[in-house]
Design a protein around this ligand. Structure first.
Ligand code: ME8
Length: 510
């Protein structure tokens, strides 16, 4: 499916008007799983995340707190930045839109859009949501003049602005959607974007005159760019300065995957491709749209409803891997899903501790008890081999279309298969019969091989636990090299090397 070795994947850049929450962690973790998987496959990966710092949402929040916007941005950007290692996110760069290099590059690109004749000055009047920093068109507005996302009352704004001629890209976007049905995934969001385009595109405001907190418009310095244009361009500008003295644009542009929540669909699937066309830049390959995390009660998570799941509380109680696993497993990626601490606990105990954790502990314990830790060299079980055949290719296919939940389900079926295999073979009985030594060798080699394969495939989801397991299982080898995707196939003959003791991967929690 992919044309080149490079794989450039992004999260949205998060607003610094508030602190990080589970929604931010969710997108970041999903992107990290995809990025780590692609690295295992030897792709040249660049994973970008960061913060969106300009515009009304931040200026208003700063005013409410009696601080300068830059001050609020600095404090909250630091919070988002320090969230990344806590999530074990392996981002290659963290962009802040108040970076001077970003601002200069935004000016350069938008000046080109202006020079290419895609802007004009006019009077804008419309219904505006200050939380979205977005003017809403008629068919988006809820009853009582309310924002469809924040449900707050919209404000009537009127001002002289520079406009972006979005309407002139109607045809080009229709062609893009016709030619590239996987431009937006999954299909229901492709359809949503397409019907937005089909309903007729109106020109949009490109600059704001009332606001100072933004990137100055080079051809009209009394204006700043509307925050969304400045923000979207982060995906492009970051490559030019992420590595000092090196420009990564040719290596990674266009982006392979923009992963976003469905709240910001219009900007990424309509404004963004039109803006890139206007600037003469290549379009991203795919925009993947995921759903909303809801409270355990099935309602939108909100502090006032008290149904918010705090990512830090989950990490403190169960660990980062458990949070990552839970989010990728419990909420089918792409759809909406309810989350809550009870459900985290259930997944932790039944699946992480009792299934994968137990498989790892018992496999290594049996190798130690019956073979002094040596992994016997032997043919592996033919039935198991059949059940594992093609698993690696199938997982790769699903990851190529951003389906980490489906891929995880396939891997998990094999975790369960291996536990059943232990019960079927009852190695403790084989160990009592000297004539069954060969069979015991084959059983232990098969188990070690199966555990090794699921551990390689689970690595992107749970980097820390799988590294521990791999290190115990390949004590005499280079653990990192064992985690590449080339090693994700179940071998018909396996074994060799030694296993060393493994502390429980997912110990009991209170
Ligand atoms: O929109 N469920 O920033 P933002 C799932 N700065 N994902 C959620 C979520 C939830 N309940 N809540 C938030 C912005 N997210 C802009 C983006 S991009 C050029 C500019 C995730 O801080 C999801 O990815 O409001 C959503 O799209 C994003 O956070 C919005 O973050």
């Amino acid at each position: 499916m992919f044309e080149s070795m490079s794989f450039y994947i992004t999260t949205p850049i998060y607003y610094v008007n508030a602190q990080p929450h589970l929604g931010h962690a969710y997108t970041t973790i999903a992107v990290d799983v995809l990025a780590r998987h692609m690295r295992q496959r030897g792709r040249d990966v660049f994973f970008l995340t960061g913060t969106d710092e300009h515009g009304e949402p931040v200026a208003d929040a700063a005013r409410a707190q009696g601080v300068e916007p830059q001050e609020l941005a600095d404090v909250n950007a630091e919070r988002f930045k320090s969230l990344m290692p806590r999530l074990e996110a392996s981002n290659d760069f963290f962009i802040r839109t108040s970076d001077a290099q970003h601002e200069a590059r935004v000016q350069e690109v938008l000046q080109r859009v202006h020079d290419n004749g895609h802007t004009y000055k006019g009077l804008y009047e419309g219904w505006y949501c200050p939380r979205c920093a977005d003017f809403k068109v008629e068919n988006e507005i809820l009853e009582g003049n309310r924002c469809p996302i924040h449900e707050i009352e919209l404000e009537r704004h009127s001002e002289e602005n520079w406009f972006f001629r979005l309407s002139t890209f109607q045809r080009a976007l229709e062609r893009l959607y016709a030619e590239q049905p996987d431009f937006v995934m999954p299909p229901r969001h492709y359809n949503e974007a397409l019907s937005f385009i089909a309903s007729g595109l109106q020109d949009v405001s490109l600059t704001r005159a009332r606001l100072q907190w933004g990137v100055t418009v080079p051809w009209d310095p009394g204006h700043v760019f509307y925050v969304w244009f400045d923000a979207l361009l982060n995906y492009y500008t970051a490559l030019s300065y992420a590595r000092p003295g090196e420009d990564l644009t040719d290596r990674f542009w266009p982006a392979t995957y923009h992963v976003i929540g469905k709240d910001i669909l219009k900007f990424h699937t309509v404004f963004w491709p039109a803006l890139l066309l206007a600037a003469g830049l290549e379009l991203p390959r795919h925009v993947f749209v995921h759903g909303f995390l809801l409270g355990a009660d099935g309602r939108k998570m909100s502090k006032s409803l008290g149904n918010v799941l705090d990512p830090f509380e989950v990490i403190d109680r169960y660990g980062t891997d458990a949070l990552r696993f839970y989010l990728m497993r419990d909420v089918a990626f792409g759809g909406d899903g309810a989350v809550g601490m009870e459900a985290v606990k259930a997944r932790y105990e039944t699946e992480l501790a009792n299934e994968y954790g137990n498989l790892a502990s018992r496999t290594i314990a049996m190798l130690q008890r019956y073979r002094d830790g040596a992994i016997p060299q032997s043919d592996t079980d033919a039935g198991l081999a059949r059940d594992f055949a093609g698993l690696d290719a199938r997982v790769a296919e699903l990851m190529d279309i951003a389906e980490p939940t489906q891929a995880l389900e396939l891997i998990w079926q094999r975790v369960r298969r291996l536990n059943r295999f232990v019960e079927e073979r009852a190695p403790w009985q084989l160990a009592r019969d000297p004539a069954a030594a060969g069979e015991l060798d084959g059983t232990l080699a098969s188990l070690a091989e199966g555990l090794r394969v699921v551990t390689v495939l689970l690595h992107p989801y749970m980097p820390a636990s799988t590294e521990r397991c791999m290190a115990a299982l390949t004590a005499s080898r280079d653990g990192a090299a064992q985690s590449t995707f080339a090693r994700a196939a179940f071998a018909r003959r396996a074994g060799g090397g030694a296993a060393v003791e493994l502390e429980p991967l997912f110990p009991k929690r209170t």
